[in-house]
Design a protein around this ligand. Structure first.
Ligand code: CP
Ligand code: NVA
Length: 302
C-alpha cells in the first residue's frame, strides 16, 4: 500500500488486513510492546485545515509510537494558506518529509498532493471520505459483535456526508447490509448509488423502518465541518433522525450504537443512548490510534 486516500480505492483484502493488523497492534500496546518501529528516522507532516481531536492526537501519538516524528501544520502555518499551489507544496515537502496526513475540503487536492509529492499520503478526512474512521469502526464492530458478515448496519442522519460515503464503499467491498436512513435531500444521489452498484446498500427515509433488526446503529453530526451556514436548516430537516431509545426498541436486542464523534447530545443522539453505549463509542475513538498505526505500518513495510 503506497497511499490511503479512500475506502473507494481500497479493497476487501486491504481492509481486512488493516483490521487484523490494528487488532494485533492494540494487543501489543496493551502488553507494553513498542518494538515495532517502521517509521524510525522518518518525519511525517500533518496538514490540517479543519479542527480535529481524535484524528490529530491519534496520528501524532501513533507516528511517535512507530518511531517517527510528527510535524503539525494548520492552514495558517504553510504558504498554502496564502495561495501557494498544492502541487508546489507537495514537491517541496516530498523532498523533506517521509509521509503526509492531510485533512481538508478537497479529495482532489490530496490526490494531487500524493501525485506530486511522491511520498505516502493519508486522507485524514475530506469532503468526500473519512477512510481512517471506517477502519477503526470495522475493528470496533469486530470487537463488539464478532464481525460485519451477515450484519445490518444502519447509518442514521446525513447520508450524504464523508463518513456515510466511506461506509457505502465499505459495504460495497465487504458485502454487509448497509441502510442509510436520511431525509430526501441528504441521502446519496441515485446516480452516485448507481455508480457504486452495491445491491446491499439502500436508502430509507423512515428511520424506524430502517432500524428494524439493525445490529449497528451509527450516526454522525448533522452539521459537518464547513456546513455551519446551513446549521439552522439542517437541524430542522434532521430533527426526526436522532439515535434514541425509539430506534433501539426496533433494532436487534444486542444492537450496538456507534458515533464517529464529536457528539451533539440532544441532536443526532440522545444523552441517554450515548451514555448507555459509551464503552463502544469511546473504544471506537481509541481504535483510531490502532487503525492508523496499522495503515502506517502497511505503508512503511510495503
Ligand atoms: N471522528 C473524528 O475524525 O474526530 P476528529 O474530528 O476529532 O478528528
Ligand atoms: N461528517 C463530519 C465528521 C467529523 C469527524 C464532518 O465532516 O465534520
Amino acid at each position: 500500500m503506497k497511499n490511503f486516500l479512500s475506502i473507494e480505492c481500497s479493497c476487501r483484502e486491504e481492509i481486512e488486513g488493516l483490521v487484523e493488523s490494528a487488532t494485533r497492534l492494540k494487543a501489543a500496546r496493551a502488553a507494553g510492546d513498542f518494538t515495532l518501529r517502521p517509521l524510525e528516522g522518518q518525519c511525517w507532516g500533518m496538514m490540517f485545515s479543519k479542527s480535529s481531536t481524535r484524528t490529530r492526537v491519534s496520528f501524532e501519538v501513533g507516528i511517535g509510537e512507530l518511531g517517527g516524528t510528527a510535524m503539525f501544520f494548520s492552514s495558517r502555518d504553510l504558504q498554502l494558506g496564502r495561495g501557494e499551489p498544492i502541487r508546489d507544496t507537495a514537491r517541496v515537502l516530498g523532498r523533506m518529509i517521509h509521509g503526509a496526513v492531510i485533512r481538508n475540503d478537497s479529495q482532489a487536492e490530496i490526490e494531487e498532493f500524493a501525485e506530486y509529492s511522491r511520498i505516502p499520503t493519508i486522507n485524514a478526512l475530506t469532503e468526500l471520505e473519512h477512510p481512517c474512521q471506517i477502519v477503526a469502526d470495522l475493528m470496533t464492530i469486530r470487537e463488539r459483535i464478532g464481525g460485519w458478515e451477515k450484519k445490518k448496519i444502519v447509518f442514521v442522519g446525513d447520508g450524504d456526508c464523508n463518513v456515510a460515503r466511506s461506509w457505502i464503499w465499505a459495504a460495497k467491498h465487504l458485502g454487509f447490509e448497509l441502510v442509510i436512513a436520511g431525509p430526501g435531500d441528504f441521502c446519496p444521489a441515485a446516480d452516485y448509488l448507481a455508480a457504486v452498484d452495491a445491491p446491499n446498500v439502500s436508502c430509507v427515509h423512515d428511520p424506524v423502518e430502517a432500524s428494524a433488526g439493525a445490529h449497528v446503529l451509527y450516526t454522525d453530526v448533522w452539521v459537518s465541518m464547513g456546513m455551519e451556514d446551513e446549521a439552522a436548516r439542517r437541524e430542522e430537516v434532521f430533527s426526526g433522525y436522532q439515535v434514541n431509545t425509539g430506534l433501539l426498541a426496533v433494532a436487534d436486542p444486542n444492537a450496538i450504537v456507534m458515533h464517529c464523534l464529536p457528539a451533539y447530545r440532544g441532536k443526532e443522539i440522545t444523552e441517554e443512548v450515548l451514555e448507555a453505549h459509551a464503552e463502544t463509542i469511546f473504544s471506537e475513538a481509541e481504535n483510531r490510534l490502532h487503525a492508523q498505526k496499522a495503515i502506517m505500518v502497511s505503508i512503511a513495510t510495503g
